[in-house]
Design a protein around this ligand. Structure first.
Ligand code: AMP
Ligand code: GLY
Length: 430
């Protein structure tokens, strides 16, 4: 089977690494890929994965490439490609592709759509309002006593959310998003939510329109600095499982969220075939959905896939073809930890092109895998090429063991300006 994978981040490297383990896969191309992806080999025949120099959102160029190279199955990583309609375009041209259509991907592409859906279908979420007028938005912030999350409606690379604990900060957040347009046109509308308190976890469920198969728990670390300080980022590290729910509690949370979500999709005619990733706050009054994403989490994927025992090609085909009810997910009992190594300055301004040292040393470590996020090759050397650079991932029978292995690997790596958090998985170990 010839695969095409879209994307270039750590999530996509993890997807490629896992898909390459399938005995069914005889060729794999990735648009645009990165330096780590291009070093992966297929288990079936030892062939190298090929990078293709086309952006994941460049739908016309991707379609032209597909018409020439005829992939048997295409796997979409990032939300931007979904919102650009790549699934719709490939399906219309007769290509088999995994991921939600543009209409179904609105769960992520529009927070206003998602919030309205949750309220109409009884999915537990924060008290909220949607506004296209800054004055009305500020009035609602005042109703919430200034304790609120102010969110740009559209896609903003995981950065379009500002949290406030008093009214002046909330009003500044509204101005920043709606008036100064800090996140561009994504801020034409805002969603204002009450501030939820509790432990935040990530859920993932593979869906085929009628069935949703829940993954184990994981937890991301969104802030840039230790102790959850600093700016929100795309995610600085993850671990799985996150020990705040036992299996029965996870099942219960899954039912409370996925039950009404699936029923709502059927009622509204939304055929969601892909990965639903609800961000959930475990509050004193029960689990509440903070937001929905319509794709694998980054870096959640990096800790889920080393634990997954199924052939990922089988799972994604079953999701795309509506056959998930007959499939059982199997997970290793190991814990897995991913520490993201970022460029100095991220999520603000950072420099690229820094040579990365130590990758060969780390490649020799057992139960460790370095997923590349923002890397490229320059004169045969791996150099930094993005904000999040590497996802250093390790697994072991215990969470502490996995954490120690991951940090031992991080300590062998270096590049100018390298930055990472020292407390990934600490909450789970408390
Ligand atoms: P989002 O992109 O909507 O997931 O928001 C980014 C991050 O901001 C989340 O992962 C939470 O840590 C935080 N956040 C968002 N909404 C809320 C809320 N209503 N209450 C508390 N924290 C929130
Ligand atoms: N882990 C954060 C995200 O994928 O949005």
């Amino acid at each position: 089977m010839k695969l095409l994978v879209l994307g270039s981040g750590g999530r996509e490297h993890a997807l490629v690494w896992k898909l390459a383990q399938s005995p069914q896969v005889t060729a794999m191309s990735v648009a645009p890929g990165n330096a780590g992806i291009a070093a992966e080999r297929l288990v079936a025949n030892g062939a190298l994965v090929q990078n293709v120099a086309i952006g994941a959102e460049d739908v016309p160029a991707l379609l032209a490439w597909a018409r020439e190279h005829r992939p048997d199955f295409t796997v979409v990583g990032p939300d931007g490609a979904l919102a650009a309609g790549v699934v719709d375009a490939f399906q219309a041209a007769g290509f088999k592709i995994w991921g939600p259509t543009r209409q179904a991907a609105r769960f992520e592409a529009s927070k206003a759509f998602s919030q309205d859906f949750m309220v109409r279908h009884g999915i537990p979420t924060a008290r909220s309002g949607t506004f296209s007028d800054p004055v009305a938005a500020k009035r609602f912030c005042a109703e919430l006593g200034g304790r609120c999350a102010v969110k740009a409606d559209g896609l903003a690379l995981g950065k379009g959310v500002l949290l406030a604990t008093d009214l002046p900060a909330a009003e500044r957040a509204v101005d920043e998003i709606m008036v100064d347009r800090a996140f561009g046109t994504a801020g034409a509308q805002v969603v204002v939510q009450e501030l939820l308190e509790g432990m935040e976890i990530s859920l993932h469920a593979l869906c085929d329109g009628r069935t949703a198969k829940l993954f184990p728990t994981s937890q991301d670390h969104k802030r840039a600095l230790d102790g959850d300080l600093g700016l929100n980022t795309g995610g600085m590290g993850t671990y799985s499982p996150a020990p705040f729910l036992d299996d029965a509690q996870l099942d219960d949370v899954g039912h409370r969220i996925l039950g009404p979500w699936l029923a709502g999709c059927v009622a509204d005619g939304i055929d969601f075939r892909g990965l639903l990733y609800p961000g959930v706050m475990l509050t004193a009054s029960g689990p509440k959905v903070i937001e929905f994403n319509a794709r694998f989490g980054d870096p959640e994927t990096q800790v889920y896939l080393p634990r997954l025992e199924n052939d990922l090609v089988d799972l994604l085909l079953a999701s795309a073809e509506g056959r998930l009810d007959a499939v059982g997910l199997r997970w290793s009992s190991d814990a897995c930890v991913c520490v993201v190594v970022a460029s100095g300055g991220y999520p603000g301004h950072y420099e690229k092109g820094k040579r990365i040292h130590g990758l060969d040393d780390v490649a020799a470590l057992p139960d460790v895998k370095v997923f590349h996020a923002g890397t490229t090759l320059k004169d045969g050397q791996v150099v930094t090429n993005g904000g999040r650079v590497l996802g250093v991932t390790a697994w072991a029978p215990t969470l502490a063991g996995a954490r120690d292995k991951a940090y031992a690997a991080v300590d062998k790596l270096c590049f100018e300006g390298m930055h990472f958090r020292r407390d990934i998985a600490a909450k789970g170990l408390k």
